[in-house]
Design a binder for this molecule. Sequence first.
Ligand SMILES: [Zn+2]
Length: 306
Amino acid sequence: MDEPLTLLSIHAHPDDEASKGAPTVARYAAEGISSVLVTCTGGEEGDILNDELDHPHIRENLAEVRRQELDEAVRIIGYDRLHLLGYRDSGMPDSDANGRADNFANAPLDEVAGRLAAIIRAERPQVIITYSAEQKRYPHPDHLRVYDITDPAIERAADPNWQPDPAVLNIDEHFLAGHEEITHPWQVQKTYWSNGFTRGRILTMHAWFEEQGEESPFADWVEKIPDDADAGITTRINIADTVGVGRDALAAHRTQVSPGGWWFKVPLEVMATRHPWESFTLASSLVGKGDVDDEGFETDLFGGLR
Ligand SMILES: [Zn+2]
């Protein structure tokens, strides 16, 4: 394989790229692997969770503000390129936003998957990180939709008989228009589901709060989370060197996080020593699984490809 290695991550809203997978992407970007982010919506329905920024002029321009926050997070993580899929945030079920025809969840599958397929052909990733169908703790319609569109987009990208309809390509025009590749099929080799908050990670953070004699924000979670919650994990990426990147990227989403919030409390060195990895599920692979560690976890998203 003489194609450059490329990792493409698909996320629903601005800030999801920071809360899920950022240290992993930062690690691969630092290795020189081309890294690409697709963000499906503008996050227009996000609540302002930082009291200091909860002003009418920010709320009225939230899409623009969140776009700036996203650009900053992209820079911090080290993504080479960002593509906006161009849809509106679908809001939560039964909200007004959820009924809009221009939102991500209501847009026709052919259009949405077609846009993503064109980006896949242009970027030629061997590996894609997306979401699983299981979004129990946070079943946001946009998160579920990310799962729904990924396989159809990968199939279209690989199908020599599929050609992008120019009507669906009104995204990143300057970039995609110059790419003859979008007419050439491209086969993605491995697809992973991101497992942001695993049981192992929650227990590690919970234990630290208890040691400090502080009230743990995870107490409820720890009670409810099943013992086998992490059973689907196939792959653990060591992020000891980049664990702080995720936190910095999250802090860049200033309207979406409270500066004194629990996200930022557990010291980085605690995470880097006690839980120095992000976890993924290998959902499909044309090259099998790469090398595994002593516990049977694959240790490289590009295992089997280099
Ligand atoms: Zn989200």
